[in-house]
Design a protein around this ligand. Structure first.
Ligand code: ADP
Ligand code: MG
Length: 458
């Protein structure tokens, strides 16, 4: 079949991809779905190429059905989806297989090129300095962000904000952008995720539009890149970013970057880039304290205009310790429940509504303990929990440990993955399913897992 397809099909494909991304989450999308390339379309048959045989098998097993359903919804003529292995070739600089562009045309392909308004991600009105509650864990990051936003001279460059999930990095970045644009609407601010940066860059390469890409990025007054860790391992994107970065710093333009780790701890980032990231000010957001959590809850409750008994807020601050996003989620749930059933909020009703959340936050067993116990139980080295080895003898115990980590701790799938040698959250998800499945099939195995669970819980 020819590699011909028209723009409408390209648009359908784009929508299918967007939905896959929304349904399966960022990490799975990045690893498995983003590299898919639409190769051909003849009405009834869609041909999709993946770079390797292994990926083909995986995509067929995990995603083919959903792909089919989504395609059918987009285009009633589609009857068959064929997934083939074909090394990707279309790129100008195919350094990394994962950097494969989506088919189709750029939304803006005329000579005006890309505009900053189009490149910049939308800013959330609620994420301002005023709505950011400060305490010991975030005071440095907050002060540095304010300084950047309020002074007209560049004092430290770049500002590098880092910290765990849900601790306020994105909030601070939006706040900086709002503040700057309020003070001086003429300053051109470009805020976007590292992922979007990569996407734009690849699109520019594909459509031979790199000149305007460079121009756009180098003409801003403030460049803000969120979740920088995303471009680890993406060499050509990093290279491009490096040049943009240097050009902006040379012109004394402000750069703000956020990431989940400090520059030194970022993996898959070139040494010269890492060292430059640390040139300005590096500020971290620490895990929250009880006082900060209580302050955040009070402020959110006030913003929502709801009357919350102090005891309930104290209880929440005490119990939900993982991150601010969960804390907010808990509060929202209580408020929603109260308004639904039309009864005032009490400690008892709060406990009931948050039953599952609280249980997850309650258990004090750590992932390290789980790994240790499981390794002992199966008689393997503790280091195998994070090793890359995949032989059954170590892979199975590792899966059991991931399963128990999911069951017994409040850690999220990505967090668990990280503790197991930086694995992806889909790996953890797969482990959880696998262990569940085996428990159903093998009574001896089920007993083993049960025993481990009881030991860990006691
Ligand atoms: P990150 O980008 O670090 O993962 P976010 O900035 O998205 O985290 O924060 C997650 C949620 O928690 C957002 O709704 C944000 O407004 C809120 N939040 C985090 N820290 C604070 C804080 N100190 N004060 C008020 N809200 C906060
Ligand atoms: Mg964020």
């Amino acid at each position: 079949m020819d590699t011909f397809y028209d723009q409408e099909v390209a648009a359908q494909w784009m929508r299918v991809r967007n939905r896959l991304q929304a349904e399966f989450g960022e990490a799975a999308y990045r690893s498995w779905l983003k590299p898919l390339v639409l190769k051909g379309f003849d009405g009834g048959e869609v041909v999709i190429a993946v770079p390797t045989d292994f990926m083909r098998e995986w995509v067929e097993a995990q995603y083919a059905q959903r792909l089919m359903d989504l395609w059918e919804e987009e285009n009633h003529n589609v009857r068959v989806i064929k997934i083939v292995t074909a090394p990707t070739t279309a790129m100008c600089q195919p350094r990394s297989q994962r950097e494969v562009p989506v088919p189709g045309r750029p939304a803006i392909s005329d000579n005006n090129g890309l505009s900053i308004e189009n490149l910049s991600a939308p800013l959330d009105k609620r994420l301002t300095f005023d709505s950011f509650v400060t305490g010991k864990p975030n005071e440095l990051a907050f002060a540095a962000s304010r300084r950047i936003a309020e002074s007209s001279e560049v004092t430290f460059n770049p500002l590098f904000l880092y910290g765990g999930v849900g601790l306020g990095k994105t909030h601070l970045m939006h706040a900086i952008a709002w503040q700057i644009s309020r003070q001086d609407p003429t300053r051109r601010i470009l805020y976007l995720s590292a992922e979007k940066f990569m996407y734009q860059f690849i699109r520019a390469l594909r459509f031979k539009d790199t000149v305007s890409f460079k121009e756009q990025f180098r003409s801003v007054d403030v460049l803000m890149i969120d979740d920088f860790q995303f471009i680890s391992g993406k060499e050509s994107t990093q290279e491009e970013f490096f040049h943009t970065f240097n050009a902006l710093i040379d012109q004394n333009r402000q750069i703000v970057i956020s990431a989940d780790k400090s520059p030194n701890d970022l993996e898959g980032i070139e040494e010269r880039m890492r060292s430059r990231l640390g040139w300005g000010l590096v500020a971290d957001l620490h895990p929250t304290t009880y006082e900060l959590r209580l302050g955040i809850l009070q402020s959110k409750a006030e913003m929502m205009g709801v009357e919350m008994p102090p005891r309930v807020l104290e209880f929440l601050a005490h119990k939900i310790t993982s991150n601010v996003r969960e804390l907010e989620g808990g509060l929202n749930r209580i408020v929603a429940y109260a308004s639904l059933v039309g009864r005032p909020i009490t400690l008892e009703s709060a406990q009931e509504v948050l039953h599952d959340l609280l249980r997850a936050n309650d258990r004090r067993v750590t992932i390290e303990e789980i790994q240790k116990r499981v390794a002992e139980h199966f008689n393997i080295k503790l280091a195998e929990m994070s090793s890359a080895r995949r032989s059954r003898a170590v892979a199975r115990p590792r899966q059991v440990a991931m399963y128990l980590a999911k069951q017994l701790t409040a850690r999220s799938l990505p967090e668990i993955g990280r503790k197991f040698g930086g694995r992806d959250h889909t790996t953890v998800m797969h482990a959880v399913r696998k262990v569940d499945e085996l428990r159903g099939l093998d009574a001896g195995f089920a007993e083993d897992v049960e025993l481990l669970r009881r030991m860990l819980e006691s």
